[in-house]
Design a binder for this molecule. Structure first.
Ligand code: NOJ
Length: 526
């Protein structure tokens, strides 16, 4: 009997061994879900921060000498913004900045990116006086940040300008804006440059001109059919002109910094671009080529000129005659070190379909965006988990891919991820908004992809979460929330979301998982 059992056991184990031998080896591939991310996977000198911009948080829209900005005028026209929301008060950061700096301090970040309101510093552009109250406000912010060991990253222009410059000469459509911009930038360098070492001239010129001059959804609300139904505008020509003026303004400001401030102040000047990653919609060569075109027509459109001195080859081939030309002198200041770093705002990845050889709806693609159609869906399935912002899907691999693209195209120049963030689904209630596990997962997975890029040698030195707190999401108003802090729209009180606590634990802990030993503390305090 005993013997019989042994024989049966033996048979069983031999069968098991056989099974193991013939079954294919299980590959231990580390999926993003399983991987952990730790602060120590990034260099010690890495910046971790959060981002905001003036119009999106400050409020106090006509206080202490500030004039109307383009966004004040635009949001006050009924129908322009969802719910007719506006930035008159927003988060009242203008009065609560000290509380907000304490939030930054308690998060444990070592950097903070914010922007300067042009209309607060120069209410009437260069033809008027500098507003001392405006200077005082940003001085207090900068000093308070530095006192807490937080490095200020300052954006000179983040989608806002004095409305008077729109009224006077048409804002970015007129070359006159170049002198105005350099004048404004020079005042910022002069007043704040002894303490600010990281300057961004212009935020996302590529997205800005798209939404202001192709789709008409941002001020001055210009567009033409079939891209939008505006009373003024030309969606084919104006974006090219506005971009041209922005790029030259950037180069002139950087040149001014190099000539008059760099030696004393030792700072860096960069530009920030909106950087979607793209993947071919269909397994076809023409869609793969369309992906390269889409990248060139969005990212390289803004970056090739400031790094290489001219518009990308891909654009010159396709729409050469329509592209404005840089003079020899402009090319020179663009190429001669107009940029020390590239700021990458990356949120999502989209599918791309070629529209040169395939039929696309005329509304859905634009020649100056590379003759491609962009979509988040393939056969009805989203490319990643949808979020509270229509074109933002969660696709962490895109972070590594976009960094690789920029690294190769621009010779591994210094890079910062100046924005990355998750918009909570629109239908969430307050409790759900506070318990934002999806946002934690988003940042962990995107950081895992970023760490991979850094390990492969990408010269990335910082990562900023958009945003410190819920704020005014442009045409989408207040419904779309990206903050680590929840802002109660009635009382304007700030409450930490779970993600704020996760970020702190990530920054201070070697075992930051979002559900580590800190979890009890997280849940108690909510
Ligand atoms: C990029 C812009 O810079 C910022 O102002 C905006 O709120 C975020 N993307 C989210 O859409």
């Amino acid at each position: 009997m005993k013997f019989k059992i042994r024989a049966r056991e033996l048979l069983f184990f031999s069968f098991l061994l056989l099974l193991l031998a013939v079954s294919p080896p299980t590959v231990q591939c580390s999926s993003e879900e399983e991987e952990e991310i730790q602060r120590s996977q990034f260099p010690d000198a890495f910046f971790f921060g959060t981002s905001t911009s003036a119009y999106q948080v400050e409020g106090a829209y006509l206080e202490d000498g500030k004039s109307l900005a383009n966004w004040d005028a635009f949001t006050h026209i009924p129908g322009n913004i969802i719910n007719n929301d506006n930035g008159d008060v927003v988060d009242d950061h203008y009065h609560r900045y000290m509380e907000d700096i304490e939030l930054l301090h308690s998060l444990g970040v070592n950097a903070y990116r914010f922007s300067i309101s042009w209309a607060r510093i120069l209410p009437r552009g260069k033809s008027g006086d500098v507003n001392p109250e405006g200077i005082r406000f940003y001085n207090k912010i900068i000093d308070s940040l530095l006192l807490r060991g937080i490095e200020p990253f300052v954006t000179i222009c983040h989608f806002d300008l004095p409305q008077s410059l729109e009224d006077k000469y048409g804002g970015w459509l007129n070359p006159l804006i170049r002198e105005d911009f350099v004048y404004f930038a020079a005042i910022c360098f002069k007043e704040f440059g002894d303490r600010v070492k990281y300057w961004v001239t212009i935020n996302e010129p590529n997205h800005w001109v798209d939404f202001s001059y192709i789709r008409g959804m941002y001020p001055p609300g210009h567009c033409s059919l079939p891209f939008g139904n505006c009373s003024v505008g030309n969606s084919d020509a104006e974006p090219l002109v506005a971009m041209h003026n922005m790029l030259i303004s950037h180069a002139m400001a950087a040149d001014f910094y190099r000539k008059h401030f760099q030696a004393k102040q030792n700072g860096f000047v960069g530009m920030v671009v909106s950087s979607f990653m793209y993947e071919p919609l269909r397994d076809k060569e023409e869609d793969r080529q369309a992906v390269s075109r889409a990248l060139a027509f969005t990212i390289a459109w803004a970056l090739d000129p400031v790094v290489h001195g001219d518009y990308p080859e891909e654009m010159r081939e396709c729409i050469g005659l329509k592209l404005p030309k840089f003079s020899a002198q402009e090319r020179e200041i663009l190429r001669r070190g107009s940029i020390d770093f590239i700021g990458i705002n990356h949120y999502s990845t989209l599918y791309i379909k070629d529209c040169i050889n395939s039929t696309c709806s005329p509304k859905s693609y634009h020649p100056i965006q590379g003759f491609v159609e962009t979509t988040g869906l393939r056969d009805g399935l989203p490319i990643g988990q949808p979020t509270g912002k229509a074109v933002f899907f969660v696709v962490p691999r895109g972070m590594e891919e976009i960094i690789e693209y920029i690294k190769h195209r621009y010779n591994n120049i210094l890079m910062f991820v100046t924005e990355n963030g998750y918009a909570s689904p629109l239908q969430e209630n307050e409790q759900e908004l506070l318990q934002d596990l999806n946002r934690i997962k988003f940042h962990k997975d995107y950081l895992i992809a970023l760490a991979r890029a850094v390990r492969k040698g990408a010269n990335v030195r910082g990562y900023f979460i958009w945003s410190l707190m819920d704020n005014f999401e442009w045409a989408d108003g207040y419904g779309t929330r990206f903050g680590l802090y929840y802002v109660d729209r009635t009382t304007l009180r700030r409450f930490p979301k779970l993600s704020a606590k996760w970020f702190t634990s990530f920054l201070t802990d070697t075992n930051a998982s979002g559900h580590s030993h800190h979890e009890g503390v997280f849940l108690e305090s909510i």
